[in-house]
Design a protein around this ligand. Structure first.
Ligand SMILES: O=C(O)[C@@H](O)[C@@H](O)[C@H](O)[C@H](O)CO
Ligand SMILES: [Mg+2]
Length: 402
């Protein structure tokens, strides 16, 4: 069996996506996601110019060997562009293998570990009142877990506050838009949101919050401590994790569970966090961290330390990643939760899929493969539109972490 062709499809049904399709001499094809939000075309070039020529003629069943070939063989290792390209190939090859085996992907990974995948949705609002209302809407839709973000008085376009209350899409402009940040104002405001949420809805639902890399370790520790009475499921990305050791300081001061990993690309980015038990949830994702093959290594390492998965699932991860993630989540023993930001109707139409939401859980389907396809004719109707993520500056103009 041989790979006889491969192509990259760029489409923008509501937002940009980069998709890889690998074809074989036996007529079976596989699909992978290679979307890198705001930097999409770099992965297109990496794939088209440097990866696809090496794939033609290879045996698609040798998933592990192809992974090693692309990772070790490049010499230049890791990074978001390289690892997304590898992830896309890996997803497509697992799709092919599962189709050949006539099995849904989770069966090939080791079978079902649970009935369905608990997901969390994104509630947000311009102020506390609006966010409380948005959380109520998610509760009405049956969600068991909800992430809550709110606008903060005095901060321009605070992170997480979208155009609609049930929808957050940060990549919004042909050049990066400017947002603001002020830690003092956020620290004064965020605990009030959770106070109000618990007073309104009680403690039956899981609540989550994303710090989006804004706080220093000591500020993050302070926030974690202030949030303890509200029993969060997790506080996410409370401080940048380039220095994994920084989380030790946060950890020493708070029992609020910590989650990190959406910007990690490999096990090397999180191994110290995991081995020192500095976090509770690892948020690496299939598209960001080298595909299913590499995510298994990360999840297995995490399992040794009772750390559970909580994969990133924002709208910039295409339905192809969501499909793969749901098969992975259905199998992985140390599953925690899956982020689920619904895609637009246009996106869902371009990527026909068989996963469904029921009673607060997402369920992967039983179609052989990962269950997600691409409608190429429809995709061609949505040309690429440059869309950057915003940047953030402090009040005095200093660049900060968006
Ligand atoms: O937790 C999350 O979903 C976020 O941090 C994302 O919205 C993130 O900002 C985007 O994926 C960036 O592309
Ligand atoms: Mg996040």
């Amino acid at each position: 069996m041989k790979i006889d062709a491969a192509k990259v499809i760029v489409t923008s049904p509501g937002r940009n996506f980069v998709t890889l399709k690998i074809m074989t001499d036996q007529g079976v094809y596989g699909i992978g996601d290679a979307t890198l939000n705001g930097r999409e075309l770099s992965v297109v070039s990496y794939l088209e110019d440097h990866v696809l020529p090496c794939l033609i003629g290879k045996d698609p069943r040798r998933i592990e060997d192809i992974w090693q070939y692309l990772y070790r063989g490049a010499y230049w290792r890791r990074g978001p562009v390289t690892m997304r390209a590898i992830a896309a190939v890996d997803m497509a090859l697992w799709d092919i293998k599962a189709k050949m085996a006539d099995m849904p992907l989770y069966q090939l990974l080791g079978g079902r570990s649970r009935d369905g995948v608990m997901v969390y949705g994104h509630a947000n609002g311009a102020d506390i009142e609006e966010t409380v209302e948005a959380v109520g809407q998610y509760i009405d839709m049956g969600y068991k877990a909800i992430r809550a973000q709110t606008g903060v008085p005095g901060i321009k376009d605070a992170y997480g506050v979208g155009r609609g209350k049930l929808f957050y899409e940060p990549a919004d402009a042909a050049l990066p838009s400017l947002t603001g940040w002020d830690t003092r104002k956020a620290l004064n405001h965020v605990p009030k949101l959770f106070d109000k949420l618990r007073a309104t809805y009680g403690f039956d639902h899981h609540l989550l919050h994303d710090g989006h890399h804004r706080y220093t370790p000591m500020e993050a520790a302070n926030l974690g401590k202030m949030l303890e009475p509200y029993q969060l499921f997790w506080l996410e990305d409370c401080t940048p994790a380039e220095n994994q050791e920084a989380f030790r300081l946060v950890r020493q001061h708070t029992t609020t569970p910590l989650a990190v990993g959406e910007i990690f690309n490999t096990i090397w980015d999180c191994k110290d966090l995991i081995q020192n038990q500095l976090i509770d949830y690892i948020r690496c994702t299939i598209v960001g961290a080298g595909g299913i093959t590499h995510m298994r290594r990360i999840a297995d390492l995490a399992a040794l330390y009772q750390i559970r998965t909580g994969s990133h699932g924002a709208t910039d991860l295409s339905p192809v990643t969501m499909g793969c993630a749901l098969h992975f989540d259905t199998w992985v023993p140390n599953f925690g939760i899956q982020e689920y930001m619904r895609h637009t109707e246009e996106t869902d139409a371009v990527f026909p899929h068989d996963y469904i939401f029921r009673d607060g859980l997402l369920h992967c389907g039983e179609t052989p493969g990962h269950g997600v396809d691409i409608d190429e004719q429809l995709a061609a109707r949505y040309p690429y539109k440059p869309a950057y993520l915003p940047v953030a500056r402090l009040e005095d103009g200093t660049m900060w972490n968006w």
